[in-house]
Design a binder for this molecule. Structure first.
Ligand code: ADE
Length: 228
């Protein structure tokens, strides 16, 4: 299979690359791609950069230039009632900073779109099975994206009231899932908690845990794709 993987940060990409000794670099417009070829799969890894626009443009370029069978996003996130070292598997993603309620849309809903961008259920089931057999601490739920590093739950009050299943916050996955939907490509988002939103030590924790959390997500992603 040809598997596309979007990584927002260098640390997240490096954690996956470290699991595969042979890889090749290519350029696609402004993007640096890492191509990993194994007996089973070709992985086309893209370093998107941080934020929704970067993620959307990288995903669009990837899906329009490569024949991608499955799309993944692996990385870190801020936990909402979920602690360090836990994996969050997104049943669906949404934008926490979209608000068109003035025109009677739901919170987080863009005109012409559903609120939620659901993951592929088969991939999600695979991921759950692997977490359970390997004793990996995980939770399933919603992941919400926006263009902010979130340090307090206060600005998310309304969105959390509407979507209490939100377990993690980050800055890309809803864009990635949205573009996957546009291109009719199945996807799964895997995020590992680097910081807990509202904790006093959040920024310090992010820096301290970003590598370890990236490695956890990358290791799980390898296990999932090994099993496909
Ligand atoms: N990525 C990791 N932690 C985050 C946070 N607290 N807010 C947004 N993106 C994140």
């Amino acid at each position: 299979m040809t598997i596309g993987i979007i990584f927002a940060m260098q640390e997240e990409l490096d954690a996956f690359k470290a699991l595969y000794p042979n890889n090749e670099e290519k350029n696609l417009f402004h993007l640096k791609l890492t191509i990993i070829t194994t007996d089973k799969h070709t992985f086309v890894c893209v370093l998107s950069g941080i934020g929704k626009s970067q993620a959307a443009s990288a995903t669009t370029l990837l899906l329009s230039h490569y024949d991608i069978d499955l799309l993944f996003n692996s990385g870190v996130a801020g936990g909402v009632g979920v602690s360090h070292a836990s994996i969050v598997l997104a049943e669906a993603t949404l934008y926490h900073d979209v608000d068109v309620q003035a025109f009677n849309y739901l919170p987080a809903q863009l005109p012409g779109q559903d609120v939620l961008f659901p993951a592929d259920e088969t991939l999600l089931d695979y991921a759950v099975k692997i977490c359970e057999t390997q004793n990996i601490t995980y939770t399933k739920g919603l992941i919400a994206s926006g263009d902010q590093f979130v340090t307090s739950l206060d600005p998310l009050k309304t969105i959390l009231e509407h979507y209490p299943q939100i377990k993690a916050i980050e800055m890309e996955s809803a864009s990635i899932a949205h573009m996957a939907k546009n291109f009719k490509v199945k996807h799964l988002i895997i995020r590992s908690i680097s910081d807990v939103i509202g904790d006093e030590s959040q920024q310090v924790d992010f820096n301290a845990f970003v590598n370890e959390a990236s490695q956890k997500a990358a290791t799980l992603l390898k296990a999932i794709t090994d099993a496909l």
